[in-house]
Design a protein around this ligand. Structure first.
Ligand SMILES: [Zn+2]
Length: 248
């Protein structure tokens, strides 16, 4: 009985009791705890997981996408059909949805769209914004208007505006804080206000003028905030210098 027991062993992975020859011997001379079959299977899976794909151009048979691989960098090739789809979808489709249809990552799709100078349609964007407003309204209704003033409630009754009243530094501080919190609750208010204050932009080199930084950025094909950064720091965009017209 003891002899038989010595010559057989239970694999800790698959739980089968197997003859001792079905187990590898480790470097230290012990019998492995997993049977040969389990070890082989595990190793095969590990190789598949960590397999090094050689550099080159290949096609994914599932999606039909062509992509090249060089080291850690992987880039897809855009076919004419994909570009047409992108042009058609981008203005009126959510980015996640669009990327799903095209079979590429959201970041890749957006980057390509920017490169092609595509923009979301203003009407569509407005509709999305309105749907968000409606959703926020419903959510507020569900929660019983947690952030809204009830009748007779005031933000800070003690320093409310009265004719001829001068605010003390503390009151001013409190008012500032209140305004800040209001802007946090109304994220688009600051943007809308900024829109009213937009400054015209001119390209110093070509003399072309734009109504606003947004218009100029769209014309160039970069983000407005990026153009703002360039102007502020006196840097060039595609070799051209831009400036606000008021500044000169
Ligand atoms: Zn096993």
């Amino acid at each position: 009985m003891t002899k038989k027991k010595q010559r057989r062993k239970v694999c800790t992975h698959c739980g089968r009791e197997l003859p001792i020859k079905e187990f590898y011997v480790t470097k230290r001379g012990h019998t492995a705890s997993w049977c040969k079959e389990c070890q082989r299977e595990n190793k095969r899976a590990w190789y598949n997981r960590t397999r090094k794909v050689p550099d080159g151009i290949r096609m994914d048979p599932e999606t039909g996408l062509c992509w090249s691989k060089k080291g850690a960098a992987k880039r897809i090739y855009w076919t004419r059909r994909m570009l047409d789809d992108l042009k058609q979808l981008f203005p009126t489709t959510k980015n996640e949805e669009m990327a799903g249809i095209l079979g590429v990552s959201v970041r890749t799709a957006i980057r390509k769209a920017r490169e092609l100078g595509l923009w979301k349609s203003p009407e569509w964007q407005h509709a999305i914004n309105m749907s968000h407003v409606r959703m926020a309204h419903l959510e507020g209704m569900r929660l019983g208007w947690p952030s809204q003033f009830k009748k007779g409630e005031h933000f800070c009754p003690e320093n409310e505006y009265k004719r001829g009243h001068q605010l003390s530094p503390e009151e001013r501080e409190k008012q500032k804080k209140g305004m800040h919190e209001w802007y946090l609750r109304h994220p688009f208010a600051a943007r809308d206000r900024a829109k009213k204050l937009m400054k015209p932009v001119r390209c110093v080199d070509t003399g072309e003028t734009y109504q606003s930084i947004v218009e100029a950025a769209r014309h160039i094909g970069i983000r407005p905030s990026y153009l703002g950064y360039k102007i502020k720091n006196g840097k060039t965009v595609n070799g051209l210098t831009y400036s606000f017209i008021n500044n000169q």
